[in-house]
Design a protein around this ligand. Structure first.
Ligand code: ZN
Length: 90
């Protein structure tokens, strides 16, 4: 097996977004399958991390780090649904 589960994305995505996204639900742009980030298949031996859909194997997202920057390619997701606390205040 050359992939690990999407929980491997938790650390780098939490660094970028300052929230844990492994429980966020997204839909695959290829097949429409809704899954959490943690359910993706992550291939850690590509340049950066490549997360693929467990249904159709399409690329959901790619994360590359280097030189004090991170590049995040989300084109394989039609949306990402993130649990947030209710907004308070004005
Ligand atoms: Zn898919």
């Amino acid at each position: 097996m050359d992939w690990v589960d999407g929980n491997q994305l938790g650390g780098v995505l939490q660094e970028i977004f300052a929230v844990d996204l492994t429980g966020a639900r997204g839909a695959c742009a290829g097949c429409g399958r809704p899954e959490t980030v943690g359910q993706a298949r992550v291939y850690p031996h590509a340049p950066g991390l490549v997360a693929r859909c467990p249904g159709c194997q399409g690329v959901l997202l790619r994360v590359v780090r280097g030189g004090g920057r991170a590049w995040l390619d989300l084109r394989g997701l039609t949306y990402l649904e993130i649990a947030m606390p209710e907004a308070t205040g004005p």
